[in-house]
Design a protein around this ligand. Structure first.
Ligand SMILES: [Zn+2]
Length: 212
């Protein structure tokens, strides 16, 4: 079969306009595709997930909200772009569970906090055969010819393939820490990150050797 070219970012944004998505959602797509550098299917689904979770929580994108993402693939990008919840500002946590799911919780001074978890619901995918084959990582999904159809189905589905549930989780309190010098490398690290008598950089997380 002839290869079917996938959507360019410009074509894809044109498509979101022609489908009549609200302007703010079109902006989310544009900003997320730009940040991710290409319109990955997981990013597109992630935009719907963040939008759904925010609506369920009754919050606005720039409210102080903590995000837990259950996969490092694609999904961490939409909350970073839309909500400015990043690894660096400690409002984004990525757990390598391997599920396409995201939990949003408001800022709280209590021991636990209630929020919403939005996940892909495979049972709701029966009307979207290409999307289902891609999601299953099945050989039936052929990237050379089916990427355009995949995006069409993602945009047609929107929240249709998602589930939203109320959840409660523990709040991790901020802990005090003390700076120590690693005797092995002479560099400073927080004491609780030491691995016995050396830092993790000299131990289990060593990843480079010095070039003379
Ligand atoms: Zn060290």
């Amino acid at each position: 079969m002839e290869p079917v070219p996938e959507y360019t970012p410009v074509e894809l944004l044109e498509k979101t306009r022609s489908l009549g998505f609200p302007e703010y959602l079109q902006d989310f797509f544009q900003e997320c595709i730009d940040f991710h550098t290409y319109p990955a299917p997981g990013v597109l689904i992630g935009v719907f997930m963040v939008d759904y979770a925010l609506a369920a929580l009754g919050k606005r994108p720039r409210d102080k909200i903590f995000v837990t993402c259950e996969t490092p693939k694609c999904l961490p990008d939409p909350p970073q772009v839309i909500m400015h919840a990043t690894i660096g500002n400690h409002r984004l946590r990525v757990l390598p569970i391997g599920k396409f799911a995201i939990t949003l919780t408001p800022s709280s001074a209590d021991e636990s906090v209630e929020g919403v978890r939005v996940s892909i619901d495979r049972k709701k995918m029966s009307r979207y055969a290409t999307l289902a084959s891609w999601y299953d990582n099945s050989p039936a999904f052929r990237p050379a010819t089916m990427k355009r159809q995949l995006v069409d189905e993602i945009l047609a589905a929107g929240r249709d393939i998602l589930s939203c549930e109320r959840v409660r989780m523990k709040v991790t309190p901020k802990k005090r820490w003390k700076s120590v010098t690693c005797p092995s490398c002479g560099e400073q690290v927080p004491e609780d990150l030491m691995e016995g008598d050396h830092c993790a950089g000299c131990g289990s997380m060593a990843y480079y050797e010095k070039v003379p």
